[in-house]
Design a protein around this ligand. Structure first.
Ligand code: DAH
Length: 345
C-alpha cells in the first residue's frame, strides 16, 4: 500500500518540476494546485494513516520536501514573470514569428525616374554632379550666354531672393554646367540631377518647382553626332530598345546649334493622341553644342574644346510612365498616392 503512495509522491514531484509556467495565469494555476488551501500536497497528509509505521516519518519528510519544492518553484517563476513585465515584455510573445514591416516607406516617383536616368548615364561614364539651388544670376544666366538685357531671360520667370538682384532660385540645372566648367578641366562628363524653380501659376500641368537632369560632355573633337548617338542610347535604355528619336532645330542661348529631342511614342489609343497632340512624337529634352561664348565665359578655350549639353524634365517623364494626370500629386505627398510606388528602386 505505502509503495503506491510513495509512487504518487514521486510523480507529483515530477509534475512540479515540469509544470510549464510562462505567464501569470499559469503561475496562478500552479499556486492553486500545489500551494492553495486545497492543494494536492496537503491532501496527502491525510494519507499518513495508511502508511506503515516504520515509514511514517519518511513519508512526512517527503511531503515537506514536495511542499518546499513547490514553494521555491513558485517564487522563482514569479520573479521571472515580474522581471519580464518590468521590461515591458510579455512572455506570450512568439519570438519565432516572422516580422511584418507594415510601415516601410516607398520611393517617390520622381526619385525612381531620376535614379533610372542616372543609372543609364553612369553606364557610359558620366558622373553625378550636385550643386546649389540658390544661385547667383551669373551662374544661372550670364555665364550661360544670357546677359541681363537678353530676351531669353523672359523665357524663365525667376524667383529672386528678397532684397537681392543677384541671388535667385535656379531656374534650370544648366547653372551646374557653369559651376563645373569654372572649377574642372576638360574632359568633363557629368550629369546633374536636381530641383529647379520658376514663378509659374500652379495648375495640373505646371508647378513652381520641378526637377531636371542636366548633361554636359566637353572634350577635344566632341561632335553633334556624338551627342545624337548618346541621346539615342539614352532613349532606347529609357523607353525600349526599338525607340526612334528625332532632333528638331530649336533655340537655347547656351547652345549652338540647339535642338529638341522627341521620342516616337506611337498612336495606339486615345491617350496617345492626346499626349502627343496627334503626332505620335513626344518631346523629352533640349540639347545642343555648347555655345563657344559659354566655354570662354567659364575659362575653357573654345578653339581647343567642344562639347554638347542637354537638359530634361523629370516630372513629365514620371507622369508619362505612371499615367499621372496632375503634376500637383507629385508635390502633395499624400501617403495614399505614394504608397502605390512601394517596391520600386
Ligand atoms: N535649361 C533648359 C531648360 O530649362 C534645358 C536645356 C536645353 C538644357 C538645352 C541644356 C541644353 O543643357 O543644351 O529648359
Amino acid at each position: 500500500m505505502s509503495n503506491d503512495i510513495f509512487k504518487t509522491l514521486s510523480s507529483i514531484s515530477e509534475d512540479i518540476k515540469f509544470f510549464n509556467i510562462s505567464n501569470t495565469e499559469e503561475l496562478e494555476k500552479f499556486r492553486i494546485q500545489y500551494l492553495g488551501s486545497k492543494n494536492v500536497i496537503n491532501a496527502l497528509f491525510g494519507e499518513i494513516k495508511n502508511v506503515e509505521n516504520n515509514r511514517k516519518k519518511e513519508f512526512g519528510q517527503v511531503l515537506n520536501a514536495l511542499k518546499e519544492e513547490a514553494e521555491s518553484k513558485f517564487e522563482t517563476e514569479k520573479e521571472k514573470i515580474e522581471d519580464n513585465q518590468g521590461a515591458g515584455k510579455s512572455l506570450d510573445i512568439d519570438l519565432t514569428a516572422p516580422v511584418f514591416y507594415d510601415s516601410v516607406g516607398s520611393r517617390h516617383p520622381v526619385s525612381i525616374i531620376m535614379n533610372k536616368i542616372i543609372k543609364i548615364f553612369e553606364k557610359i561614364g558620366f558622373t553625378v554632379a550636385e550643386e546649389r539651388e540658390i544661385e547667383t544670376d551669373w551662374y544661372n544666366f550670364t555665364a550661360m550666354n544670357t546677359p541681363e538685357d537678353h530676351p531669353a531671360r523672359d523665357m524663365q520667370d525667376t524667383f529672386y531672393l528678397k532684397d537681392s538682384h543677384t541671388d535667385l532660385l535656379r531656374t534650370h540645372t544648366s547653372s551646374v554646367q557653369a559651376r563645373i566648367m569654372t572649377t574642372q578641366k576638360p574632359p568633363i562628363r557629368i550629369i546633374a540631377p536636381g530641383r529647379v524653380y520658376r514663378n509659374e501659376t500652379i495648375s495640373s500641368r505646371s508647378h513652381c518647382q520641378f526637377h531636371q537632369v542636366e548633361g554636359l560632355y566637353i572634350d577635344k573633337n566632341v561632335s553633334f553626332s556624338d551627342m545624337k548617338q548618346t541621346l539615342l542610347y539614352f532613349a532606347r535604355e529609357m523607353y525600349g530598345l526599338e525607340t526612334e528619336i528625332r532632333l528638331r532645330p530649336s533655340y537655347f542661348p547656351f547652345t549652338e546649334p540647339s535642338a529638341e529631342m522627341d521620342v516616337y511614342w506611337g498612336l495606339k489609343n486615345e491617350d496617345d493622341y492626346r499626349i502627343t497632340k496627334g503626332t505620335g512624337w513626344l518631346e523629352i529634352l533640349g540639347c545642343g553644342m555648347v555655345d563657344p561664348n559659354v566655354l570662354s565665359n567659364c575659362g575653357i578655350d573654345p578653339e581647343e574644346y567642344t562639347g554638347f549639353a542637354f537638359g530634361m524634365g523629370i516630372e513629365r517623364q514620371a507622369m508619362l510612365q505612371y499615367k499621372i494626370t496632375d503634376i500637383r500629386q507629385l508635390f502633395e505627398n499624400d501617403i495614399r498616392f505614394l504608397k502605390q510606388f512601394s517596391g520600386a528602386l
